[in-house]
Design a protein around this ligand. Structure first.
Ligand SMILES: [Zn+2]
Length: 112
């Protein structure tokens, strides 16, 4: 529904619902998980033919004006890390929606 056409009471109600959709905020990771395959360079290793050993997983996190930072993610931690990354994105989207509602209330000179 379009924010501009919703009554203020409905917006505040929606805001409450959004807060309840927030993931646990200690369980978040910003970034993306990427897969890497590496050739080890040992003579005669079969990896020389294919794409290399792997997959190995890394968390890539970008910072303004810097190259992305990469952190190794052990295989056994991958499922949890993936969940944390998804949580972060959901939290970010929910916060963005709450801010949009609050901006709309501000424009209408309604109480926040
Ligand atoms: Zn190899």
């Amino acid at each position: 529904m379009k924010i501009e056409t919703e009554p203020a009471a409905a917006l505040r109600k929606r805001r409450n619902a959004l807060v309840r959709r927030l993931p646990p905020l200690k369980s978040i990771l910003r970034g993306s998980l990427i897969e890497r395959y590496k050739r080890c360079g040992k003579p005669g290793c079969k990896c020389a033919e294919g794409r290399g050993h792997g997959p190995k997983y890394y968390l890539s996190v970008s910072f303004p004006g810097q190259r992305p930072q990469m952190d190794y993610v052990p295989k056994e931690t991958y499922p949890q890390a993936a969940e944390f990354v998804a949580n972060y994105r959901r939290a970010r989207d929910v916060l963005e929606e709450i801010c949009a509602i609050n901006r709309e209330l501000l424009r209408r000179r309604e109480g926040l």
